[in-house]
Design a protein around this ligand. Sequence first.
Ligand code: CU
Length: 154
Amino acid sequence: MSHRSLSAFAFVLAAAVAAAVLAAAFLVPGLLAGSSPSEASPQQEKVVKAKAPQVKTVQNRPAPGQRIVGNVGPGFTISVAPRRVQPGTYRFVIHDNSTMHNWHITGPGVNKRTPVAFQGTRRFTLELTTGRYRIQCDVHPLEMNTRLRVGVAG
Ligand SMILES: [Cu+2]
């Protein structure tokens, strides 16, 4: 092989390498753009997460938002409404209208009262299970008492 033909061969080889590099430069961005399907999977995750709260709402069915209202005073009167409810968790709103009476509920898993000297509104949440709950004024338990029934029977 002469010196001339050798340099000619080297030129052809260099041209081929340059063409390959150019081709790669065009192909690689195309491959990167083609990798966009990986962006679709986060969207699918969002759809699955959005469905989860709906299942939770169904599980929380027993009485969210239901209120039970209690009253005591200013005379010798004490009350609860409604007086029959299903088992569940309830928001209580107690209007204690006297500093000489109080509103006290006892029953399965529950013992909650307003202070005798307190006058005003108290709010609390109680979980009621099947059974009878007694409500009374602790100063006048014989004259001032009522009942709250929890459950389907009676
Ligand atoms: Cu009383």
